[in-house]
Ligand binder design. Sequence first.
Ligand code: TXA
Ligand code: MG
Length: 327
Amino acid sequence: MTKIINEEELPLAKSSLDHGNLVIFPTETVYGLGANALNYDAVNKIFLAKGRPSNNPLIVHLKDKSEINKYANITNEIEKILIDKFMPGPFTLILEKKDIIPNNVTCNMDTVGIRIPDNEIAHNLLSILDYPIAAPSANVSTKPSGTRVSDIFNEFNDKVDYIIDGGETTIGLESTVVKVINNIPTILRPGYITKEDIESIIGCCNVSEYVMREAHGKVESPGMLYKHYAPNTPCILVDSKKIIEESLKYDKCIIIGSSKNIDIKCLKYFNYGDSKPEIAHNIFKLLREADKIGGEVILIEAVDTDGLGLAIMNRLIRTCSYKYIKN
Ligand code: TXA
Ligand code: MG
């Protein structure tokens, strides 16, 4: 039986991780399903518990910047600036891997994703350990990422020793994943740190062509290849002005959207907020809530892709298996 613990009980989590077992912990983005990143067998348990494809690499979480050199090589000025500016924070940098990181963490790639979470509990946990934590988002593969303990308890009951409860995560979407390619920062997965944020520091920033469309074959980031963030109920992304028209096609229609559409008649309306940070914070939780209603379809109001909108739309287009009704 998995036990939910609080931040005063971190030594319990440490002893479990020391023994090569799994612990779920909060970060500022989403909850992480963690194991000792230097222990090959412990890392394998993550792939089993999550049902994760064995070629989708994990992010390595460190307590502070001084640790980066132990696990990865910083090979250019741009990487230095990105680390300086965006870490700790909701930012993952893909760096050249050192041999100390087992090959199953990186799925035999020669790079490793490094992240320093900006969350007190995550930081305090990392500070009492003698090793970094490898962790994907705490959700069974294909499901929405976990942003509060009640959403993920059943998915991981008996598969992890402890879940450290840190309340609802603040940001609600996973970190921005960036790799410096030919001296240009390239966003492989958008997040709270935006293209605009990176451009304002470095002067340029590319975005992977797969951020808003389906990827096939060989890609920079294997995470782009897989089904993601999807409830069981079919979901359709719909531009705000088309929602009424689309809702009339179904008897049991659920809608997730802003307050401007709240009066539309439907089985249940979930208000995701009116600003992008609110939408990011609420969306995974609401997808899980909406899935419990037993509707025929979930219509989700689209947002523009400026700023944080790109991260929101990157998740929602996958939630909806690329079904998007545009204006
Ligand atoms: O906010 C987050 O990033 C959360 C918290 C727990 O830190 N973690 C998270 O992990 O979202 P995960 O495993 O769900 O997503 C990691 C993404 C995947 O798309 C994976 O393909 C990519 O990062 N990734 C990891 N290592 C990589 C590498 N060496 N090269 C390219 N992409 C990599
Ligand atoms: Mg994930």
